[in-house]
Each structure stands twice: as C-alpha cells, then as structure tokens.
Design a protein around this ligand. Structure first.
Ligand code: NAP
Length: 314
C-alpha cells in the first residue's frame, strides 16, 4: 500500500482542528493530512483511512472507500457506539507519554488524599491548628480498577512511592509488587482492602454504573475514590449517599456524566468532593501524532493494525 491522502475528521473548533492537522502532517511528511471539510468529493472517494477526534458519523459516510479510523483519543466508547452498525474498524491511541502523564496524576492525587490535604484545607478555613495521625504509605493500600495501558503505568508509579498496590482487570495480570485480581468474582475481595480506589477502566456496557451502592459498600469505611476514567462508571446518586454517610470519605472526580459539569450539580459544592475539569491525562499533540504516524506507516508496510474489539467495547 502506498502513502496518500488522509482526512482529519473532528467535531472540534477551527483552531483545534488546524493544530491537529499541523501536528499530524509534521509527523507524517510522506502523507498528506487534510481537514475533512477541505476535501473535494473526488478526494473523499479515494480515502481508505481517516484520523478522527470525535467525528460526526455523517462525515465518515462521505468517505465511501474508508476501511478504518485512527482515533487520537485513548477512550473510544462514543466512537464504538456511533460506528457500531458500520463495517469500520477503530484504532485508539495508546501513547506511553499519556500513560506517564496519567501515572503522574494518579500519584499526585493519591498523595493529596494520603496526606489528608482536603482535611487540612477545611481546618485552615476554620483556623484549626491540629495535626492528623500520620499513616505511612507502606500501610496504605491503593487499588486500581483497570490494569491496561494507563492502569499499569499508574501501578508502577504508585509502587515507587511505597504504597501497597492492587489492581483489577478482566484477564488476570502478573505484575511484580502488585496484587492482581480478575473478573467480577474477585471485585469484592479486591475492594475490601482499598484505602484509596483509582478508576482507570474504559466505559463499556459492563462498566457503566459499576461503582454502585453495593460495590461502594464493599470498600472499607472511610475509603477514598479517584475517578480519572469516565463519569458514568460511577453511580452518582450512590456516590453522593456514600459521601454523605462517610462510607466514602472523599472523592477526586476528573470526569462526569455531563461535561463540562453543569453549574448546579451537587459535586461542585460537596465538602467531600474535589472537582477537576477532565485534566488528569491531557493529550500531547506531538507524541500522539507520532504514535498515529507510526501505526499508519506500519499498516502501509504490512497491513498490520491493533483494532479495538467492538464487541468488548474497548
Ligand atoms: P486499556 O489499555 O484498554 O485498559 C483497560 C483496562 O480495563 C484493562 O486492564 C481491562 O482488562 C480492564 N477492563 C475493561 N473492562 C473490564 C471489566 N468489565 N472488568 C474488569 N476489568 C475491565 O485502556 P487505557 O488506555 O488504560 O484507558 C482506560 C480509560 O481511561 C480509557 O478508556 C478512557 O476512558 C480513560 N482516559 C481518561 C483520560 C482523562 O483525561 N481523564 C485520559 C485518557 C484515558 P483486560 O486487561 O483484562 O482487558
């Protein structure tokens, strides 16, 4: 297969679209990367691969020879849902740089909870001078839901800070220093010892609403939660009740069912919630573009590609 014309199809503003096109073109000088709306009908007819960022499915329908799309995002639940009935295969972004950035965020916000920063902030607001009991990291268990590209990097980073680390995935993993759990049957024993629970699962039919009242009750009383994956993995009503009762002492939430989080939502004002604006794992255009370029070059050379399993949903 030879190099050719690659459309960039996105539901994004002009400046974001142009920045992606520029980064992608720089990373693949042998291809011509063009924003979708700049292509003629004739050019569209010849495109076999597209690079996408939350594309409008109607735009993809105007590329009749398209075989697959490469997303510039790691999470592809919306694409899987929207392309479900088509023949199009999906490639998602697996970027070690993103995993490293996310691992840094996991460590940062784990330390925030581990060293009681929310409680010290509340004490300061009330002018309270009171040190809280110190618990060493080696006595604190951090559990990761998801041990994929992001979860594995996060687990390794947590180990460097001396935490006890456990992780849960569909298929059992073997990671030095990490206690690994697998499958639905092992979720309860996994959660039972987590002082801090970090969610790095993809959103799929199986993980939607996974952290409901029952499963939050499986955590030790006073456990803390970090959700860096997708908002709908957590049952919001159940989380609010768990925070109000003290079952969950604090939640750091970077992702929400509706984003941006609407002004009236309870999370903004809840004393036991830290709201972040989906900033835990920002995409680096240059490293992401380099990964996309390498994948497309490999595909041009030997037709090999790791596609998302659309039945599995991630
Ligand atoms: P990944 O490599 O596909 O890993 C997913 C992990 O979740 C795997 O370990 C998988 O198990 C496990 N898993 C999936 N379904 C499961 C189930 N039903 N039960 C138990 N384990 C299950 O994905 P990733 O690259 O690490 O990314 C994870 C998610 O992070 C993305 O889907 C995205 O939503 C989110 N994300 C958020 C941000 C942000 O800024 N907040 C940035 C990037 C990504 P197996 O290993 O057994 O398959």
């Amino acid at each position: 297969m030879t190099a050719g014309l690659i459309p960039f199809v996105a539901r994004a503003g002009d400046s974001e679209t142009d920045a992606w096109v520029q980064a992608l073109q720089l990373a693949m000088p042998g291809e011509r990367v063009v924003r979708f709306d700049a292509l003629s009908a004739e050019e569209r007819a010849g495109c076999t691969v597209a690079i996408v960022a939350n594309p409008n499915p109607a735009d993809l329908c105007q590329l009749p020879a398209l075989q697959w799309v490469h997303s510039v995002w790691a999470g592809v639940e919306r694409l899987v849902a929207e392309l479900g009935d088509t023949h199009l295969k999906i490639v998602r972004l697996v970027d070690p740089n993103l995993a490293d950035t996310m691992a840094e965020a996991v460590l940062a916000w784990t330390l925030y909870l581990h060293r009681d920063m929310p409680r010290y902030a509340r004490q300061q607001a009330d002018a309270v001078w009171q040190s809280l009991p110190y618990v060493p990291a080696r006595q604190r268990t951090v559990g990761l839901l998801g041990l994929g590209a992001l979860g594995e990097a996060a687990a390794r980073r947590l180990l460097t800070a001396n935490f006890q680390v456990r992780g849960w995935s569909r298929n059992r993993k073997a990671m030095g220093g990490v206690t690994c759990f697998a499958g639905d049957d092992e979720l309860q024993p996994m959660l039972a010892a987590c002082d801090i629970l970090v969610c790095l699962l993809p959103l799929t039919p199986q993980t939607t609403g996974l952290l409901n009242a029952q499963r939050l009750a499986w955590l030790p009383r006073g456990a803390q939660l970090i959700n860096f994956a997708r908002g709908r993995i957590v049952d919001d009503g159940a989380l609010r009740a768990a925070l109000d009762s003290g079952q969950v002492a604090h939640a750091v939430l970077d992702v929400f069912a509706t984003e941006p989080l609407p002004p009236g939502e309870w999370q903004w004002k809840h004393p036991a919630v830290t709201v972040l604006p989906h900033c835990s794992g920002p995409t680096d255009l240059a490293t992401a573009a380099a990964i996309v370029a390498a994948n497309i070059t490999r595909w041009r050379q030997n037709g090999q590609m790791d596609f998302v399993d659309s039945l599995r949903g991630y």
